[in-house]
Design a protein around this ligand. Structure first.
Ligand code: PLP
Length: 398
């Protein structure tokens, strides 16, 4: 059998491992005494209009049409609704014939990477990065090159990018708002990034594509905006998902959008369709396609995450922990008070705090705290964080 697949299937991810530990511990001491910050599962309910629309569709639509296959790339009317929304909201060109419906951002990424890369290619991303990027790139035959970000801001280090791009670079993959740092890339960063990609594409006589992974686009706080990438660099492929914005991660719905002005856009879109076919990602869930067509522009109430961020980041900083204050997503990326973040997470477990070491995100010496949990759990967890800080003699500013 395929040893790579055997390896991938046999090793549980660190996050899953911690999650399973949490369930065991909850059975021992009660769920209310375990502070599980491991998983990025939205804690806010989907908006009521999502439930209403699903019920309406189930009531009013003819079942064989509602649950039947759509075209491989997704229902034409659904893709038109999305293209219209992109045009209206971001003021960019968008076309239903360049949208491919998928089972969430994971499928969008695997498809896009497989459409762009050939064996031997390199894909550049920036640490910390979503753990599965390596798996998705390798599935596409490419090697993932992760560049360290500026540790003071977790913005992209553009000098490192300039040095790293070479004739094997097929794509640069970015994720903003970022999992796990919560950082949103600033417009000036994007402008410079686009300039570098233009220069390097010219230097190497090929188009270096930009893949943007955007499941957290709408999860931003304090009036921060997330630049729409096709405006800045035309050779862009957008990987979007409704998992977080509509709190529907288990329903598996998202899309790939190839910018119609990208170099070879028609062929690239056909390659996206081909990759979807080759990977078996055809005809994304029909009911959810039809629901999202009617719920464009709707977002879950993300104000809860903002309050969680303020509460947790405020308290942890006060206890002496340090982190870059995140502008988006629902993660805090906290510097481990000892060099080995795994050892720190083990120590945190003694206080029933379940945190994820940053190593798997390509960034040693940090831990990720997913604050998409109930505000009450954060309140209950604070004394444990305080005790943990005291274990390390961190400064207490109280
Ligand atoms: N990309 C990032 C940065 C993520 O955090 C996630 C999920 O947490 C995904 C992609 C996968 O998203 P989906 O559940 O829509 O496949």
């Amino acid at each position: 059998m395929n040893q790579r697949m055997l390896g991938l299937g046999s090793r549980r991810s660190v996050i899953r491992e911690i999650f399973e530990f949490g369930k065991k511990r909850a059975a021992e001491i009660g769920a209310e005494n375990v502070y599980d910050f491991s998983l990025g599962n939205p804690s806010v309910e989907p908006p009521q209009i999502v439930t209403d629309t699903l019920q309406q569709l189930l009531r009013d639509e003819e079942p064989t049409a509602l649950h039947g296959y759509t075209s491989a790339q997704g229902d034409a009317a659904v893709r038109e609704a999305i293209a219209g929304y992109i045009r209206k909201t971001h003021g960019v060109e968008a076309d239903a014939n360049y949208i491919y419906m998928t089972c969430g951002a994971a499928a969008s990424l695997t498809i896009s990477l497989s459409a762009i890369c050939v064996p031997g290619d390199e894909v550049i991303t920036f640490a910390p990065y979503f753990t599965e990027y390596k798996v998705f790139s390798e599935t596409a035959g490419a090697k993932l090159i992760a560049l360290d970000s500026d540790p003071d801001t977790f913005q992209i280090d553009l000098y490192k990018l300039e040095e790293a791009i070479n004739e094997r670079t097929a794509a640069v993959l970015i994720n903003s708002p970022n999992n796990p740092s919560g950082v949103v890339y600033r417009e000036e960063t994007i402008i410079r990034l686009a300039q570098i990609l233009r220069n390097k594409s010219a230097q190497f006589g090929k188009t270096i594509y930009l893949i943007t992974d955007e499941p957290y686009r709408e999860l931003v706080y304090g009036g921060v905006t997330v630049p729409y990438l096709t405006k800045y660099y035309p050779h862009t492929v957008v990987c979007y998902s409704y998992s977080k914005s509509l709190s529907l991660p288990g329903e598996r719905i998202g899309y790939v959008f190839v910018n119609p002005s990208a170099d070879h856009a028609k062929e690239l879109y056909l390659a996206v369709c081909g990759a979807g076919r080759a990977l078996g990602y055809v005809c994304a869930p029909s009911l959810f396609q039809k629901m999202i067509a009617r719920c464009q522009g709707v977002t879950s109430d993300v104000s809860v995450y903002e309050r969680n961020r303020d509460l947790l980041a405020g308290a942890l900083t006060q206890y002496g922990f340090s982190c870059v204050r995140p502008d988006g997503a629902f993660y805090l990326f906290v510097r481990s008070p000892e060099p080995d973040a795994n050892a720190f997470c083990e120590r945190a477990k003694q206080f029933n705090l379940l945190l994820v070491p940053g190593d798997d995100f390509g960034c040693k010496g940090y831990v990720r705290i997913a604050y998409c949990v109930s505000p009450a759990m954060i309140e209950r967890s604070l004394p444990s964080f305080k005790k943990l800080a005291e274990e390390y003699n961190l400064k207490d500013c109280e």
